[in-house]
Design a protein around this ligand. Structure first.
Ligand code: CA
Length: 361
């Protein structure tokens, strides 16, 4: 077997974060070496506690958890997402406490030390606000330069936002950090709402979790909050597990097709703040592998677009959706228990109102 890829998850658990961590731990392709926490879905203390408990749930309390940024870089952004994830972040499920304490090192120090000491390139999956990664770039640029791949769940390429009309939650939570990261010369793959929203984990898929064993049952219970929220807000029968979808690309490069694009984040304080796909040349589109990726094209094999290597004047951004003639399928490869498929928003869904209707089926 090929060598397992060292992996760091920078996270703000978070229901889909929890699923992302569990997915990584269940995937033999990667070796989860470190979890760093960041403000986001709920407050820093809670997301850190959640990270410890999720690892403990999976029997992997040996994975260190280092505490990261408490707030965004410049402008305070106190709004959280407890209405989506539950007040404590894990859908109302109270996991048993972990016997393990947090790593005494600040997150950026732990991350820098891992990057500098690893003999093989490390993949960093950033599935919360990008504050920690921006701090790493500022404080330990030599360590940041050693990141093998940076897979970011965040942003939206032409589909509008899920917090404001323009902005996705992770980018909106710290636009200045996001701009620093996307503007850096890192091998970055952005997995935005244009990809995650059409990729729905159905209730049937969640039922397969519940039947898979104790950890799966707990994951299904955590997901129930998401199910309820999705029915209420989107009118869909399944859930969108943004962070877990990003992890599929982090775990198996090429799971998602990619196109190479520059990314500019709106850091003004106007209505577009936090948008990363509002002005050309902007956007980095990721689509279903068969859904018409450009540059590398379908089956690209997971090229890692970089913000620096972008041709001028990219084509107009469109919402990436596979053609209706070929029903899209989620291509998650592991664990096999993931049963998911893409689904259109049901009648009454709010999604078309956020800009997807023009290119939607
Ligand atoms: Ca997250």
């Amino acid at each position: 077997m090929t060598e397992r890829i060292p992996l760091v998850i920078d996270t703000d658990p978070g229901i889909d974060d929890a699923l992302a961590v569990l997915l990584a731990l269940a995937s033999p392709e990667v070796d989860l070496r470190l979890v760093t926490t960041v403000h986001g879905n709920v407050g820093l203390e809670q997301v850190t506690e959640n990270a410890l408990r999720v690892l403990h749930l999976a029997g992997r309390s040996d994975v260190p958890v280092a505490v990261g940024a408490r707030a965004s870089l410049i402008h305070p952004q106190p709004e959280r997402a407890g209405h989506v994830h539950g007040a404590a972040g894990l859908g109302g499920v109270e996991l048993p406490p972990s016997p393990t304490a947090v790593d005494p090192r600040p997150a950026v120090v732990a991350l820098a030390e891992l990057l500098m000491s690893s003999p093989t390139p490390v993949t960093v999956a950033a599935i919360g606000p990008l504050t920690n990664v921006a701090l790493l770039l500022a404080v330990f640029p030599e360590a940041a330069a050693r990141i093998g791949r940076l897979v970011v769940m965040g942003g939206s390429a032409g589909c509008g936002g899920n917090v404001t009309a323009a902005a996705e939650f992770n980018i909106w939570s710290d636009p200045e950090a996001a701009q620093a990261v996307f503007g850096a010369d890192l091998p970055t793959v952005m997995v935005g709402l244009d990809v995650t929203l059409p990729t729905v984990l159905t209730e049937e898929g969640i039922a397969r979790f519940a039947a898979a064993g104790p950890v799966g049952r707990t994951a299904a219970a955590i997901l129930q909050q998401y199910v309820d929220h999705a029915k209420d807000v989107y009118g869909t029968p399944g859930v969108v597990v943004h962070d877990a979808l990003a992890l599929t690309e982090a775990i198996v490069p090429g799971t998602l097709g990619t196109v190479r694009r520059d990314v500019v984040v709106d850091t003004t304080l106007g209505a577009g703040r936090g948008a990363d796909a509002g002005r050309p040349p902007v956007g980095l589109l990721l689509g279903d592998r068969g859904g018409g990726g450009r540059d590398g094209g379908p089956g690209d094999g997971g090229g890692v677009p970089g913000a620096a290597a972008v041709p001028a004047g990219p084509p107009p951004l469109t919402c990436v959706r596979p053609p209706p003639a070929r029903p899209p399928r989620c291509r998650w490869r592991s664990p096999a228990a993931f049963g998911c498929s893409a689904a259109r928003p049901a009648a009454g869904s709010r999604r078309p109102a956020r800009g997807c209707s023009a290119a939607g089926p």
